[in-house]
Design a protein around this ligand. Structure first.
Ligand code: 5RP
Length: 236
């Protein structure tokens, strides 16, 4: 199976999981990325099952609206029973790197509103230690150089993200900010790194999801969807 077929398979399985967990007219938080796009497609026949969806990006909002879902602003809700999203990497404790699609800040905001986080991905995203995938750090543009110097001082190899179509154009997030992609970090203490990076002036958000780690993982492994529940007292 191709990676896209594996993403589609886990997205289809996630529909049954969501409908089993949530009663009709529930709210749900929706992530961003190709796996989530497959989920939105697979869930569209159930669009009216949901009172509303809080979205983590302009792209996801647009697709949700095209598929008949009611999109709510995060400010309109006080909590969500469930947030569902993909990941770029996930470790054996449910800590993740996210933000490959550039939506990390809004993803973390919506995830923080949710009682539980279900991560959906294919097995290529499973790692023992985070850090092979470059860690995205969303920054206020005027602080990018000083944040880059700090990231280099802790062993990172930093690149300012460019658009896919024009390598002379900086990638600009939904929040009108830039992304530094950091290679070369061995993230064996994700919670500590997430906390440290959050302290830097000008950092809007970093792509370590240890505070908002996954509670449950649905993953396509050996062409089957497997479910993993992470312990709440997990070791970060
Ligand atoms: C976007 C994300 C995505 O969840 C992550 O990049 C995985 O994407 P895909 O499902 O396309 O592999 O964090 O900011």
């Amino acid at each position: 199976m191709t990676q896209d077929e594996l993403k589609q398979m886990v997205a289809t399985a996630a529909v049954q999981e969501i409908l089993a967990i949530l009663p009709p007219q529930s709210l749900i938080g929706m992530g961003t990325g190709s796996t989530v796009n497959y989920l939105i497609d697979a869930l569209q026949t159930h669009a009216s099952y949901f009172r509303g969806v809080v979205s983590s990006s302009d792209k996801t909002s647009q697709l949700l609206q095209e598929r008949g879902f009611k999109v709510l602003d995060a400010n309109q809700v006080t909590s969500l029973p469930l947030y569902i999203d993909g990941a770029d990497e996930i470790d054996p404790h449910g800590n993740m790197i996210k933000g490959g699609g550039g939506a990390l800040t809004r993803e973390k905001i919506v995830a923080s509103l949710a009682d539980q986080f279900i991560c959906i991905c294919d097995a290529t995203k499973l790692v023992n230690v985070l850090g092979v995938f470059p860690l995205p750090v969303e920054v206020i543009p005027m602080a990018s150089a000083q944040i880059q110097r700090f990231l280099e001082s802790i062993g990172g190899n930093v690149e300012l993200r460019k658009t896919k179509t024009d390598l002379n154009q900086n990638f600009v997030t939904d929040n009108q900010a830039w992304i530094l992609d950091v290679k070369g970090l061995v993230i064996d203490q994700p919670l500590a790194l997430e906390t440290q990076l959050n302290q830097l002036p000008g950092v809007i958000c970093n792509g370590v999801f240890a505070v908002q780690s996954a509670d449950t993982l649905l993953v396509t492994l050996n062409d089957k969807v497997q479910t993993i529940h992470f312990r709440k007292d997990k070791n970060n």
